[in-house]
Design a protein around this ligand. Structure first.
Ligand SMILES: [Zn+2]
Length: 55
């Protein structure tokens, strides 16, 4: 009954291995985001609605 959800980073189908992400790249990117410098990590662009503006 559980519907698979896409990768929260790039919206591609997620991988079992890297759940809830689709790849190690997206997993690492999410981690980097938590540390505040994720936007320096090469990868797919983040849609504007996913960026939190703090000011
Ligand atoms: Zn992804």
């Amino acid at each position: 009954m559980t519907k698979p959800r896409p990768c929260p980073i790039c919206k591609k189908p997620r991988s079992e291995e890297f759940s809830p992400f689709c790849s190690s790249r997206c997993r690492d990117r999410d981690l980097a985001n938590w540390f505040g410098d994720g936007y320096a990590v090469p990868g797919p662009p983040v849609p504007p609605e996913d960026i939190v503006h703090e000011d």
